[in-house]
Design a binder for this molecule. Structure first.
Ligand SMILES: [Cu+2]
Length: 118
């Protein structure tokens, strides 16, 4: 009896894992999944444009020590709320994770008041 319930518990775990895997495959790219083994960096930049439905944001970022020189590139939000009040031209201080698959996922986003940058 004990062995039977152990086996069914295992089956339940396998079944729910398969179900969550299927759900992941059908959801949009902007997931809330955190990167595994990705490096995290902090920098500043100016918002240049947004992707469709704000699935990503193009930011002209400053030089990122140990990662890359200043350039404009895209970052995807960890969740939609992060970009809700962000507009083109805003100065941002932000932290992101560079995932093993080459995605750059925003972890923390803060608007930098323009007056404070003089
Ligand atoms: Cu870049």
């Amino acid at each position: 009896m004990a062995r039977a319930s152990f086996l069914s518990a295992r089956l339940l775990v396998v079944a729910s894992f398969a179900a969550s895997g299927a759900a992941l495959a059908t959801t949009a790219v902007s997931s809330t999944v955190l990167a595994c083994g990705g490096a995290t960096y902090s920098t500043r930049g100016v918002v240049k444009s947004f992707g469709k439905d704000r699935a990503y944001v193009n930011i002209a970022h400053e030089r990122i020590a140990g990662y890359m020189e200043a350039m404009t590139m895209s970052f995807e939000p960890k969740d939609a709320e992060q970009l809700r009040s962000v507009e083109v031209g805003d100065q941002l201080a932000f932290t992101f994770t560079a995932t093993d698959e080459g995605r750059r996922v925003l972890q923390a986003v803060t608007k930098v008041p323009t007056r404070a940058r003089r």
